[in-house]
Write a protein that binds this ligand. Sequence first.
Ligand SMILES: *[C@@H]1O[C@H](CO)[C@@H](O)[C@H](O)[C@H]1NC(C)=O
Ligand SMILES: *[C@@H]1O[C@H](CO)[C@@H](O)[C@H](O)[C@H]1NC(C)=O
Ligand SMILES: *[C@@H]1O[C@H](CO)[C@@H](O)[C@H](O)[C@H]1NC(C)=O
Length: 405
Amino acid sequence: MRKQLPLLFCFLLCFSLNCYIECSEEFSFELLKGTVDDCCCSYGKVFAKNQKIFHPLISQIAKRDFFKFFRVDYLKECPFWVEDYVCGIEDDSGCSICECSDDELPKFWDQPISDTLELKTDITEETFCEEDCTSSQWIQEEETGDEVILNLQKNPPKFTNYSGVGANRIWLAIYNENCFNDYGECREMSIFYKLFSGLHGDITLHIAEKYIKNGKTEPNVDFYYWKLHKYPDRISNVFFTYLFLLRSVQKAREYLDELPYPTISGTPDLEAQKQMKLFTKSLESCSPGFDESGLFSEIPELKEEMMKQFRNISKLFDCVSCVSCRVHAKLQLLGIATSVRILFAPNTENVVKTLKRNEISALINTVENFSSSIAYIGNMEKRLQERNEKEKNNKKDQENSVKEL
Ligand SMILES: *[C@@H]1O[C@H](CO)[C@@H](O)[C@H](O)[C@H]1NC(C)=O
Ligand SMILES: *[C@@H]1O[C@H](CO)[C@@H](O)[C@H](O)[C@H]1NC(C)=O
Ligand SMILES: *[C@@H]1O[C@H](CO)[C@@H](O)[C@H](O)[C@H]1NC(C)=O
């Protein structure tokens, strides 16, 4: 009763959903307290809002036609070493790719989405892309002609056991061969590092939650414990990357709210648009999760340097030897690149209007992916706690039975 009183009081004081959530921040694990590094939101708040608002909305949005498709050349050659196309799982089924047949492909893929859109502005791509639009893109993929449009729902991410040597090689190359020691400890560099570490953490979380052992899929608490729980900074970076992604969605809001999100047959998807509006509006309640102001003001040339590095790292993702993993890794990298592009642009408004269909799809699917990860962290911490309590009780029982003897 005592515990319920303040809650009730709080609920009566402020009826808004927002406030209710703030009052019920039941998520505070020992591991991470306070505010997400370099961000303005607490872990508890991000977790609670994700659970109650963001996750339900974004997972609905990601299911709409528009976000089902991703265009990719998934058989590009790895430029750094000869790769072995090892899948990880014994029969190769987990790594195969299902390409769409023509009748399932979205019509008008190549048509700029803004063509089908009556934006309240008459700016065309040329007028604001004076320097060259691609120069603001953090990943520059040359067209190979081998790109295919994949239906992500027919190619769901699967646990492929691809977490051993091959995957390590890529992460080591990212951390060891693509560092930026020259710029020391500046904020920009640390953001850059956190984004990759966040992506790494996110991928690890999905492996832990959907672990396959002896043909059965079940969460692997030990795997989580040794790979993530023992390194709170890794978990913290997943939160950071999530807030970073959300901030970019919020900044692109005016544009995202107005897009028609054409369905496969090319008609506007009003439901998708409605959900998107709800989602971007809901982000106000955690705003700004990340504050991008002042970045690159002290070392302007740093941005060029970081872009080069980002592009180099993106080529490493062509070295992921399990192709189904590669598709999802490339999708997420493009999602992060799109987010970076929005947040690091001198003029967000202009950049936002040049976003390509693939970038928007990647961004939203990546937000959805990280949103699941945040939920997985909560699940895993709860399982760990329950396990610890069980062990404690077992010990007590043992002691008691010894006493009784
Ligand atoms: C996963 O990889 C390990 C080591 O490479 C192997 O021993 C194991 O059998 C694989 N698991 C599955 C389900 O294929
Ligand atoms: C690009 O990445 C590769 C593979 O990690 C690395 O060997 C190379 O030094 C990197 N290049 C630059 C310019 O950083
Ligand atoms: C998120 O992405 C990771 C890595 O690409 C993948 O393993 C995982 O299954 C994805 N999860 C969802 C829900 O899309």
